[in-house]
Design a protein around this ligand. Sequence first.
Ligand SMILES: Nc1ncnc2c1ncn2[C@@H]1O[C@H](COP(=O)(O)OP(=O)(O)OP(=O)(O)O)[C@@H](O)[C@H]1O
Length: 275
Amino acid sequence: MTLQLDDLSVAVGDLALVRALSLTVGAGEVVGLVGPNGSGKSTALRCVYRALRPTGGTVWLDERDLAGLSLRESARAVAALTQESGTELDFTVAEVVALGRTPHLRGNQPLSARERELCRRAMRRMDVLHLADRGVLALSGGERQRVLAARALVQEAGLLVLDEPTNHLDIRHQVALLRLLRDPALTVLVVLHDLNLAAAVCDRIAVLRDGALVTVGPPRAVITEELVRDVFGVAATVVPHPLTGDPQLLYTLSAPATAAGDESEPTRETRGSRP
Ligand SMILES: Nc1ncnc2c1ncn2[C@@H]1O[C@H](COP(=O)(O)OP(=O)(O)OP(=O)(O)O)[C@@H](O)[C@H]1O
Protein backbone atom coordinates (compact mmCIF):
# COMPACT_ATOMS: atom_id res chain seq x y z
CA MET A 1 0.00 0.00 0.00
CA THR A 2 1.25 3.48 -0.83
CA LEU A 3 0.61 6.47 1.43
CA GLN A 4 0.73 9.96 0.03
CA LEU A 5 0.36 13.14 2.03
CA ASP A 6 -0.44 15.80 -0.50
CA ASP A 7 -0.09 19.42 0.60
CA LEU A 8 -1.41 18.48 4.05
CA SER A 9 -2.19 21.35 6.39
CA VAL A 10 -3.66 21.54 9.87
CA ALA A 11 -4.53 24.85 11.47
CA VAL A 12 -6.27 25.76 14.70
CA GLY A 13 -7.57 29.28 14.29
CA ASP A 14 -4.61 31.32 13.06
CA LEU A 15 -2.11 28.76 14.31
CA ALA A 16 -0.59 26.53 11.60
CA LEU A 17 0.40 23.16 13.14
CA VAL A 18 1.21 21.42 9.85
CA ARG A 19 2.12 23.50 6.78
CA ALA A 20 1.67 22.13 3.26
CA LEU A 21 3.32 18.80 4.02
CA SER A 22 3.85 16.57 1.00
CA LEU A 23 5.38 13.16 1.61
CA THR A 24 5.06 9.76 -0.06
CA VAL A 25 5.68 6.42 1.63
CA GLY A 26 6.09 3.73 -1.00
CA ALA A 27 4.74 0.20 -0.66
CA GLY A 28 6.90 -1.73 1.82
CA GLU A 29 8.88 1.35 2.75
CA VAL A 30 9.66 2.51 6.31
CA VAL A 31 9.70 6.30 6.59
CA GLY A 32 10.58 8.02 9.85
CA LEU A 33 9.15 11.36 10.90
CA VAL A 34 11.50 13.25 13.20
CA GLY A 35 11.70 16.78 14.53
CA PRO A 36 11.80 18.80 17.73
CA ASN A 37 8.97 18.76 20.28
CA GLY A 38 5.93 20.56 18.94
CA SER A 39 7.04 20.40 15.29
CA GLY A 40 3.77 18.78 14.15
CA LYS A 41 4.73 15.11 13.85
CA SER A 42 1.84 13.69 15.89
CA THR A 43 -0.59 16.14 14.29
CA ALA A 44 0.39 14.97 10.80
CA LEU A 45 0.16 11.34 11.86
CA ARG A 46 -3.29 11.88 13.39
CA CYS A 47 -4.57 12.88 9.97
CA VAL A 48 -3.47 9.47 8.63
CA TYR A 49 -5.31 7.42 11.25
CA ARG A 50 -8.29 9.76 11.08
CA ALA A 51 -8.14 11.11 14.61
CA LEU A 52 -8.00 14.53 12.99
CA ARG A 53 -9.40 16.01 9.81
CA PRO A 54 -6.81 18.11 7.96
CA THR A 55 -7.81 21.68 7.19
CA GLY A 56 -6.11 21.45 3.79
CA GLY A 57 -4.67 18.86 1.43
CA THR A 58 -5.38 15.17 0.99
CA VAL A 59 -4.23 11.83 2.39
CA TRP A 60 -4.12 9.24 -0.39
CA LEU A 61 -4.03 5.50 0.23
CA ASP A 62 -3.19 3.71 -2.99
CA GLU A 63 -4.66 6.65 -4.87
CA ARG A 64 -7.90 6.57 -2.87
CA ASP A 65 -8.77 9.65 -0.86
CA LEU A 66 -8.77 8.58 2.81
CA ALA A 67 -11.60 11.00 3.57
CA GLY A 68 -13.81 9.12 1.09
CA LEU A 69 -13.35 5.71 2.77
CA SER A 70 -15.79 4.38 5.35
CA LEU A 71 -14.33 4.10 8.86
CA ARG A 72 -14.39 0.31 8.53
CA GLU A 73 -12.48 0.49 5.24
CA SER A 74 -9.82 2.78 6.66
CA ALA A 75 -9.54 0.69 9.85
CA ARG A 76 -8.77 -2.32 7.66
CA ALA A 77 -6.18 -0.35 5.73
CA VAL A 78 -4.47 1.60 8.53
CA ALA A 79 -3.31 0.29 11.90
CA ALA A 80 -2.08 2.79 14.46
CA LEU A 81 0.09 2.46 17.53
CA THR A 82 0.03 5.88 19.14
CA GLN A 83 -0.03 7.72 22.43
CA GLU A 84 -3.82 7.67 22.06
CA SER A 85 -4.05 3.89 21.70
CA GLY A 86 -4.92 3.59 25.38
CA THR A 87 -7.07 0.99 27.08
CA GLU A 88 -9.15 2.35 29.90
CA LEU A 89 -11.22 -0.80 30.41
CA ASP A 90 -9.87 -3.72 32.36
CA PHE A 91 -9.86 -6.24 29.51
CA THR A 92 -7.42 -9.09 29.53
CA VAL A 93 -4.37 -8.93 27.29
CA ALA A 94 -5.87 -11.57 24.98
CA GLU A 95 -9.11 -9.58 24.70
CA VAL A 96 -7.30 -6.35 23.86
CA VAL A 97 -5.22 -8.06 21.17
CA ALA A 98 -8.37 -9.68 19.71
CA LEU A 99 -9.90 -6.18 19.41
CA GLY A 100 -7.45 -5.62 16.57
CA ARG A 101 -9.66 -7.91 14.47
CA THR A 102 -12.76 -5.74 14.95
CA PRO A 103 -12.60 -4.05 11.51
CA HIS A 104 -12.72 -7.51 9.91
CA LEU A 105 -15.68 -8.87 11.92
CA ARG A 106 -19.42 -8.49 11.47
CA GLY A 107 -21.54 -7.96 14.60
CA ASN A 108 -20.72 -10.45 17.35
CA GLN A 109 -19.03 -12.86 14.99
CA PRO A 110 -16.44 -14.90 16.96
CA LEU A 111 -12.81 -15.11 15.87
CA SER A 112 -12.01 -17.93 13.47
CA ALA A 113 -9.31 -20.50 14.27
CA ARG A 114 -6.97 -18.63 11.89
CA GLU A 115 -7.63 -15.35 13.70
CA ARG A 116 -7.06 -16.92 17.12
CA GLU A 117 -3.74 -18.28 15.86
CA LEU A 118 -2.91 -14.85 14.42
CA CYS A 119 -3.50 -13.30 17.86
CA ARG A 120 -1.38 -15.94 19.57
CA ARG A 121 1.43 -15.38 17.08
CA ALA A 122 1.32 -11.60 17.56
CA MET A 123 1.40 -12.02 21.35
CA ARG A 124 4.37 -14.36 21.01
CA ARG A 125 6.17 -11.92 18.70
CA MET A 126 5.61 -9.08 21.15
CA ASP A 127 6.53 -11.30 24.10
CA VAL A 128 3.19 -10.95 25.89
CA LEU A 129 1.75 -14.44 25.42
CA HIS A 130 2.57 -15.30 29.04
CA LEU A 131 0.41 -12.31 30.07
CA ALA A 132 -2.62 -13.36 27.97
CA ASP A 133 -4.99 -13.75 30.94
CA ARG A 134 -3.77 -10.73 32.90
CA GLY A 135 -5.80 -7.49 33.07
CA VAL A 136 -4.17 -4.75 30.98
CA LEU A 137 -4.59 -2.09 33.64
CA ALA A 138 -2.22 -3.94 35.96
CA LEU A 139 0.59 -4.14 33.39
CA SER A 140 3.75 -2.06 33.35
CA GLY A 141 4.00 0.73 30.75
CA GLY A 142 6.29 -1.34 28.52
CA GLU A 143 4.14 -4.48 28.80
CA ARG A 144 1.06 -2.47 27.86
CA GLN A 145 2.86 -0.91 24.89
CA ARG A 146 3.78 -4.41 23.64
CA VAL A 147 0.13 -5.51 23.98
CA LEU A 148 -0.98 -2.53 21.89
CA ALA A 149 1.69 -3.35 19.30
CA ALA A 150 0.33 -6.92 19.10
CA ARG A 151 -3.17 -5.50 18.65
CA ALA A 152 -1.95 -3.33 15.76
CA LEU A 153 -0.24 -6.33 14.14
CA VAL A 154 -3.34 -8.55 14.14
CA GLN A 155 -5.24 -5.84 12.28
CA GLU A 156 -3.32 -7.00 9.18
CA ALA A 157 -3.45 -3.51 7.71
CA GLY A 158 -1.22 -2.63 4.78
CA LEU A 159 -0.22 0.65 6.42
CA LEU A 160 1.11 0.91 9.96
CA VAL A 161 1.54 4.32 11.60
CA LEU A 162 3.33 4.55 14.90
CA ASP A 163 3.90 7.48 17.23
CA GLU A 164 6.93 6.96 19.43
CA PRO A 165 6.40 3.19 19.56
CA THR A 166 9.55 2.59 21.59
CA ASN A 167 8.18 4.64 24.49
CA HIS A 168 8.41 2.63 27.71
CA LEU A 169 10.21 -0.27 26.01
CA ASP A 170 13.51 -1.66 27.26
CA ILE A 171 16.22 -1.90 24.62
CA ARG A 172 15.54 -5.56 23.81
CA HIS A 173 11.88 -4.88 23.11
CA GLN A 174 12.72 -1.66 21.21
CA VAL A 175 14.89 -3.65 18.83
CA ALA A 176 12.28 -6.43 18.55
CA LEU A 177 9.51 -3.97 17.71
CA LEU A 178 11.55 -2.05 15.17
CA ARG A 179 12.58 -5.31 13.48
CA LEU A 180 8.90 -6.08 12.92
CA LEU A 181 8.59 -2.90 10.87
CA ARG A 182 11.01 -4.29 8.30
CA ASP A 183 8.29 -6.40 6.73
CA PRO A 184 7.89 -6.08 2.95
CA ALA A 185 4.12 -6.50 3.35
CA LEU A 186 3.96 -3.38 5.52
CA THR A 187 4.15 0.28 4.62
CA VAL A 188 5.27 2.19 7.68
CA LEU A 189 5.25 5.83 8.81
CA VAL A 190 6.83 6.09 12.25
CA VAL A 191 7.49 9.05 14.53
CA LEU A 192 10.73 8.54 16.42
CA HIS A 193 12.71 10.76 18.74
CA ASP A 194 15.76 8.53 18.81
CA LEU A 195 17.64 9.53 15.67
CA ASN A 196 20.00 6.55 15.97
CA LEU A 197 17.11 4.10 15.96
CA ALA A 198 15.52 6.06 13.11
CA ALA A 199 18.73 5.81 11.08
CA ALA A 200 18.89 2.06 11.75
CA VAL A 201 15.30 1.19 10.82
CA CYS A 202 14.14 3.74 8.24
CA ASP A 203 14.59 3.66 4.49
CA ARG A 204 14.05 7.42 4.50
CA ILE A 205 13.73 10.06 7.17
CA ALA A 206 11.54 13.15 6.94
CA VAL A 207 12.44 16.07 9.18
CA LEU A 208 9.77 18.50 10.38
CA ARG A 209 10.28 21.91 11.92
CA ASP A 210 7.45 24.29 12.83
CA GLY A 211 5.00 22.08 10.94
CA ALA A 212 6.94 22.20 7.66
CA LEU A 213 9.14 19.65 5.95
CA VAL A 214 12.82 20.57 6.18
CA THR A 215 14.19 17.64 4.20
CA VAL A 216 13.52 14.00 3.39
CA GLY A 217 15.93 11.33 2.23
CA PRO A 218 17.94 8.28 3.18
CA PRO A 219 19.42 8.39 6.71
CA ARG A 220 22.95 8.90 5.40
CA ALA A 221 21.87 12.03 3.54
CA VAL A 222 19.66 13.44 6.29
CA ILE A 223 21.34 12.66 9.60
CA THR A 224 24.23 15.08 9.51
CA GLU A 225 25.89 17.20 12.16
CA GLU A 226 24.63 20.33 10.40
CA LEU A 227 21.02 19.16 10.41
CA VAL A 228 21.09 18.14 14.06
CA ARG A 229 22.60 21.51 14.96
CA ASP A 230 20.25 23.55 12.79
CA VAL A 231 16.99 21.74 13.53
CA PHE A 232 17.49 20.45 17.06
CA GLY A 233 20.03 23.00 18.32
CA VAL A 234 22.34 20.26 19.51
CA ALA A 235 26.02 19.68 18.86
CA ALA A 236 26.63 16.05 17.98
CA THR A 237 29.22 13.96 16.21
CA VAL A 238 28.06 11.62 13.46
CA VAL A 239 29.95 8.36 13.06
CA PRO A 240 29.17 5.47 10.73
CA HIS A 241 27.87 2.36 12.44
CA PRO A 242 30.83 -0.06 12.32
CA LEU A 243 28.74 -2.90 10.89
CA THR A 244 26.02 -1.25 8.81
CA GLY A 245 27.48 2.16 7.98
CA ASP A 246 24.26 3.85 9.18
CA PRO A 247 24.89 7.30 10.67
CA GLN A 248 24.93 7.23 14.45
CA LEU A 249 25.03 10.28 16.67
CA LEU A 250 27.30 10.72 19.64
CA TYR A 251 26.41 13.50 22.07
CA THR A 252 28.77 15.31 24.38
CA LEU A 253 26.81 16.63 27.31
CA SER A 254 29.46 19.18 28.22
CA ALA A 255 29.49 20.66 24.68
CA PRO A 256 28.78 24.39 24.59
CA ALA A 257 25.34 25.70 23.62
CA THR A 258 24.82 26.01 19.88
CA ALA A 259 23.80 28.88 17.63
CA ALA A 260 20.31 27.38 17.30
CA GLY A 261 19.59 28.34 20.86
CA ASP A 262 20.37 25.45 23.19
CA GLU A 263 19.31 26.98 26.47
CA SER A 264 20.26 23.99 28.53
CA GLU A 265 21.48 24.18 32.08
CA PRO A 266 24.98 25.60 32.49
CA THR A 267 27.69 23.01 31.99
CA ARG A 268 29.85 21.72 34.79
CA GLU A 269 32.56 24.13 33.67
CA THR A 270 30.39 27.23 33.65
CA ARG A 271 28.17 26.40 36.63
CA GLY A 272 28.98 28.66 39.50
CA SER A 273 30.77 31.23 37.37
CA ARG A 274 27.52 33.03 36.54
CA PRO A 275 26.62 36.10 38.51
N1 LIG B 1 -5.77 21.28 19.37
C1 LIG B 1 -4.70 22.07 19.40
N2 LIG B 1 -4.84 23.40 19.57
C2 LIG B 1 -3.76 24.22 19.60
N3 LIG B 1 -2.50 23.78 19.47
C3 LIG B 1 -2.31 22.47 19.31
C4 LIG B 1 -3.38 21.54 19.26
N4 LIG B 1 -2.87 20.31 19.09
C5 LIG B 1 -1.52 20.46 19.04
N5 LIG B 1 -1.19 21.75 19.18
C6 LIG B 1 0.16 22.33 19.12
O1 LIG B 1 0.68 22.01 17.85
C7 LIG B 1 2.07 21.81 17.93
C8 LIG B 1 2.42 20.49 17.29
O2 LIG B 1 2.02 19.45 18.16
P1 LIG B 1 2.39 17.94 17.86
O3 LIG B 1 1.85 17.12 18.98
O4 LIG B 1 1.97 17.59 16.50
O5 LIG B 1 3.98 18.00 17.90
P2 LIG B 1 5.04 16.82 17.91
O6 LIG B 1 6.05 17.17 16.86
O7 LIG B 1 4.38 15.51 17.81
O8 LIG B 1 5.67 17.04 19.34
P3 LIG B 1 6.33 16.05 20.42
O9 LIG B 1 7.69 15.70 19.87
O10 LIG B 1 6.44 16.93 21.62
O11 LIG B 1 5.44 14.87 20.62
C9 LIG B 1 2.45 21.93 19.39
O12 LIG B 1 2.96 23.21 19.62
C10 LIG B 1 1.13 21.72 20.11
O13 LIG B 1 1.11 22.41 21.34
